[in-house]
Design a protein around this ligand. Structure first.
Ligand code: ATP
Length: 422
């Protein structure tokens, strides 16, 4: 890391409703300090005189409703003050959701379930983070569900998840990831297996909505759901399916009027569909940046990022493994056994003989002990990555965040790979 923090220290004065945006592309770090006034990062308040460190890859917007002075140490690759932001619209949206929470609390009913949709790179994850932060700052305990399998913000790519939010996101690290509910999908985009994706979303919705009822405060706080940026054709059908599965009462549509009008036409009239502008600060990411971000999330799962983790290397005998892949290559209906459709093929667990083909793949450890239990409806205990396959000894070596023994459960093969360069 170059010590660019010594190079420059600059003060920025933000007027009311303005935001400071910066990006760090190079291998450097930027330290931010709030000198006076009030400011927040995607809904989390900055503490005065506390130093926040941002590293390579950070895309940051620090917004102030009242005005503030910020001190920036270091030289970001991009840095400017924006006067035009959609934050007031986002705050108004939060206020409308808040009123629904209050009503739900009085009546002892389920609070608002909100789906955030829009094409790629419009700030869906960021809007979810802002709304969740505003909710917890008012004492709520909402659930965050993320059904974006490629660029999700909970657990690793290839999964869909939900998480109870009890405190605002950490400025530098985001929401605490304690005990998420994780469902294995095994691919980086829904179109690799649309049938399976639908089942995964229904399963996540069922378990999440059950958990919502376990705590009165959580129930009235409701759910905020982040979705994939695939909004055309089958991707659009997935959004309609998610709306039904989670019984969403609000859909926030970012940026795309066509999608907004299609949803207005197709969802039940009781669902409120709201159009919101995207922030001009949202940064577009290339396919390569998306692949790097997936890789980063898997590395972070095993090795941590700011606080390092020390994963274990564990040998497992092939004979002791129960590896399955959900979905076989599709066959025409005419080739299927009597009474089965090709679609059934895509949602069945198929046994996999351990061997060199597992190298570098992620394996999800299911809570199902055997395949007779419905593995599709079970959540995930954790992940390992295959780092070596020994054909002679008939063993594999896996990287695991947990020491041995690993639970003797079903392992589900993910298409996602991670090359452990440590
Ligand atoms: P995806 O297509 O992957 O689902 P998305 O629509 O969820 O993307 P975000 O992940 O919320 O988009 O935003 C993309 C990037 O833009 C993120 O790195 C985020 O930190 C950054 N970003 C969001 N809002 C702003 C802003 N106001 N100023 C600067 N950067 C921003």
């Amino acid at each position: 890391m170059t010590d660019s923090t010594k190079e420059s220290t600059k003060e920025f004065t933000l007027e009311r409703d303005c935001e400071l945006r910066f990006e760090i592309e190079s291998k450097t770090q930027i330290i931010v300090e709030l000198k006076s006034g009030f400011a927040e990062l995607y809904g989390t308040e900055l503490v005065k005189a506390k130093k926040y460190t941002f590293i390579q890859g950070a895309k940051v917007a620090i917004f102030s409703y009242q005005g503030c002075v910020l001190v920036i140490k270091g030289t970001p690759d991009v840095c400017y003050i924006a006067r035009e932001t959609p934050m007031i619209q986002y705050l108004n949206t939060h206020s409308a959701i808040e009123q629904m929470r209050e009503k739900a609390d009085e009546r002892g009913t389920t609070g608002p379930v909100t789906l955030v949709v829009g094409p790629t790179d419009v700030g869906k994850s960021t809007l979810c983070r802002i709304l969740l932060n505003y909710a917890v700052r008012l004492g709520h305990r909402p659930i965050y569900a993320d059904i974006d399998v490629g660029q999700g913000s909970i657990s690793i790519p290839g999964t869909i998840c939900s998480l109870l939010i009890e405190r605002p996101a950490h400025i530098e690290e985001g929401f605490s990831q304690l005990a998420p509910l994780v469902i294995h999908f095994g691919h980086k985009a829904p179109d690799f297996n649309n049938e399976l994706y639908k089942i995964c979303v229904s399963t996540l919705a069922d378990i999440t909505m059950e958990r919502l009822k376990e705590d009165k405060r959580t129930q009235s706080s409701g759910v905020i759901i982040n979705t994939c940026g695939w909004v055309k054709g089958q991707g659009y059908q997935h959004l309609l399916h998610a709306t039904k599965a989670f019984k969403a009462g609000i859909i926030l549509v970012l940026d795309q009027e066509r999608l907004y009008n299609e949803l207005l036409r197709d969802v039940d009239s009781s669902v409120k569909v709201v159009f919101l502008p995207k922030s001009g600060g949202v940064v577009e990411r290339s396919q390569q940046a998306r692949a790097e971000s997936r890789d980063f999330r898997i590395r972070e799962y095993f090795y941590g990022s700011r606080s390092p983790l020390y994963p274990h290397s564990i040998d497992i005998k092939w004979a002791d493994m129960k590896v399955y892949k959900i979905g076989a290559p599709s066959l025409p209906d005419s080739c299927m056994p009597l009474g089965m459709k090709a679609a059934d093929n895509m949602t069945k667990p198929w046994p996999i003989q351990p061997g060199p083909q597992l190298l570098h793949h992620i394996l999800a450890l299911s809570f199902a002990e055997n395949v007779e239990q419905d593995v599709l409806k079970k959540n995930i205990w954790g992940f390992v990555c295959v780092t070596n396959v020994d054909v002679e000894r008939q063993t594999i070596t896996v990287l695991s965040p947990q020491p041995r023994p690993l639970p003797n459960t079903v392992m589900l093969l993910s298409e996602l790979q991670f090359i452990d360069s440590h």
